[in-house]
Ligand binder design. Sequence first.
Ligand SMILES: [Zn+2]
Ligand SMILES: [Zn+2]
Length: 353
Amino acid sequence: MSGRRVEDWLWVTGRGLYCEPGGFYVDPTAAVDRAVITHGHADHARPGHQAVLATAETLAIMGVRYGDSAWVTKQSLGYGETLRVGEVAVRLMPAGHVLGSAQAVLEWRGSRVVVSGDYKRRRDPTCPLFEPVPCDVFITEATFGLPVFRHPPADQEVAKVLSSIAAFPERPHLIGAYALGKAQRVLALLREAGYERPIYLHGALMRLTDLYRDFGLAFGELRPVAGVGREELRGAIILAPPSALSDRWSRRLAEPVTAMASGWMRVRQRARQRGVELPLVISDHADWDELTTTLAEVGAPEVWVTHGNEEALVHQASAAGFRARALSLIGRGESEQEEPVDAPLEPPLESPA
Ligand SMILES: [Zn+2]
Ligand SMILES: [Zn+2]
């Protein structure tokens, strides 16, 4: 161990977490010279950086979202590979959050920091499992960092959709799901549950779902919902981004059952506010038990908490004997959404009728 403290070489700036001996930022909130990006969600992956280092999957996601403005130069790093950036050894390890999501493992002069990015510990057919990496400082998210958040098994939530279809075979089932990660996970879970009919997709979900397919994931038969008539959609499953649940086109569906897949569906009031009849508690973030278990497994004497309910987890970690502090990253954590509204991804509204 070096005598230096980690906060002497890694700290929060107005543009996000900066690693001085490496000369790079992790998930910077504004355009920078050098960025290491943990995953493709818009609050972590911003456009306009000079040089970007990420997994090939994350680079592909950024390319789809930002096109030419994604970066000037890019470099991919596979899971488990190490690259020297400045004086720092950088390694990316699976975070289990969405396709390509990684924890950034940073090593300098004998001390190791893990920046988790967003993560979960549950199996997800669309990305490899989170791997705990022992370290000196673990920087954890805390989106669902309150004891009230305990996510049920995802297959149990998906089974609710199938029993609702059995109960209401005439009604279309419209499921709100974020365009990156959640939509594809729900598709994969529906297929695992044995649902074999075509699934209909809102236009805003097509490009990223195609990208998942490019990386070898199969989702069975998918059809664009645009241009499909009412009759065909009776009893069908339709996936749309949450922002489209109350769009004009969805009102043309004949008596849809409106569902939404989100960890926030644990809060009944949020489901009611969105007019969600069938809340599905399916989250790509760690719940309270996963957060506390992960701290124990990683075993870092020091924990920095960001991105959500920081105080509760800091309190819990301190009580468990960790040196814990909240790390306030600008531009994160205040949103109620798992993924911020992503304007460039929304195409013009389409009518299925
Ligand atoms: Zn994320
Ligand atoms: Zn995030």
